[in-house]
Write a protein that binds this ligand. Structure first.
Ligand code: F6P
Length: 323
């Protein structure tokens, strides 16, 4: 292997820059040339590649986002788009590719590997819904941002005797909501994996009010059937029954915008180094992720055809602790 490319794809995640840095510097250490591909798979198709030196990735480990840019690319979902991408790689004598991203990005990586091109994926998404890594790059930082918001909302909620619906990201996965809820001391948590009856939730809020609670925080996953919007609508017509006055806050992309914490910087650094190691061993068509403290390579086929399950036992614990 002489030249490799690295790209970030899908939703950005705090720690992606640390992963790029590790890929570039460990790649250079092996004597390779490393190209940064801009704007994810879109840049691969449009031949947007820059030669990266050790200096080019200096001063980025502490920055959120991705210095390479990211995109969600419709053209890459077609075989024609993928073939064009491989043509662009081959034209520059690039013989290995590192894809930093979540589910959609690793599905793209699998498709490229099926066409015979050596690819290694790095597990990165704030949603923590990717099979092959117990925790993915960006999750810890996103959780801490959500927690800071919950702590602040609790202060104002208590002053006004209010209930707050706090919606967090996560796509179809309730991980962020569940962990932010339990660590933020929420009174209730609403996630897609467990059916929520808004009627029952109203009863629980009223009961919390009657027990003398000064506030109620309900952490809601955006992917839940009753997301913050639907719950707000539902409770509008039942407000007198809650006791608390209700307010709603959607954290949205704020969660993705933070500077990565120590956990994400270290995870991204280890995964970046592991990706070039796998490429040099010729073990491609895999995703590198963290499992039981070790960096493990899992075949991309297994990654894209398996579903990561959420440990819902924490949901029951959160119910007890939120009393
Ligand atoms: O996958 C990461 C994520 O932030 C999800 O939690 C969210 O649903 C989605 O991306 C938002 O996508 P976009 O940035 O394209 O609006």
């Amino acid at each position: 292997m002489k030249r490799i490319g690295v790209l970030t794809s899908g939703g950005d995640a705090p720690g992606m820059n640390a992963a790029i840095r590790a890929v570039v510097r460990t790649g250079l250490e092996k004597g390779w040339q490393v190209y940064g591909i801009q704007q994810g798979y879109a840049g691969l198709g449009d031949d947007l590649m820059i030669d990266l030196t050790a200096r080019d990735v200096g001063g980025i480990i502490q920055r959120g986002g991705t210095m390479l840019g990211s995109a969600r690319c419709a053209a890459f979902r077609t075989e024609e788009g993928r073939k064009q991408a491989i043509t662009n790689l081959v034209k520059r004598d690039i013989d290995g590719l590192v894809v930093i991203g979540g589910n959609g990005s690793q599905t793209g990586a699998y498709e490229v590997s099926k066409l015979g091109f050596p690819v290694v994926g790095i597990a990165s998404t704030i949603d923590n819904d990717l099979y092959g890594s117990e925790i993915t790059i960006g999750v810890d930082t996103a959780l801490n941002i959500a927690l800071e918001a919950i702590d602040r909302l609790k202060t104002t909620a208590s002053s006004h005797h209010r209930a707050f619906l706090v919606e967090v990201m996560g796509r179809d996965c309730g991980y962020l909501a569940l962990i932010a809820g339990i660590t933020g001391g929420a009174e209730a948590i609403v996630i897609p994996e467990i059916e929520t009856d808004p009627e029952q939730l109203a009863v629980e809020l009223r009961s919390a009010y009657n027990r003398g609670k000064a506030h109620a925080i309900i952490v809601v996953a955006e992917g839940a059937r009753y997301n913050a919007g639907r719950l707000t609508d539902y409770f509008k017509t039942h407000s007198q029954r809650l006791g608390f006055e209700l307010r709603t806050t959607q954290l949205g992309h704020v969660q993705r915008g933070g500077a990565p914490g120590a956990f994400d910087r270290l995870l991204a650094t280890r995964l970046g180094a592991a990706a070039t190691e796998q490429l040099s061993k010729g073990n491609t068509g895999v995703l590198v992720g963290l499992q039981k403290g070790f960096i493990i390579a899992t075949p991309l086929e297994e990654v894209v055809t398996s579903k990561k399950l959420l440990d819902t036992s924490l949901f029951d614990l959160a119910r007890v602790l939120g009393k």
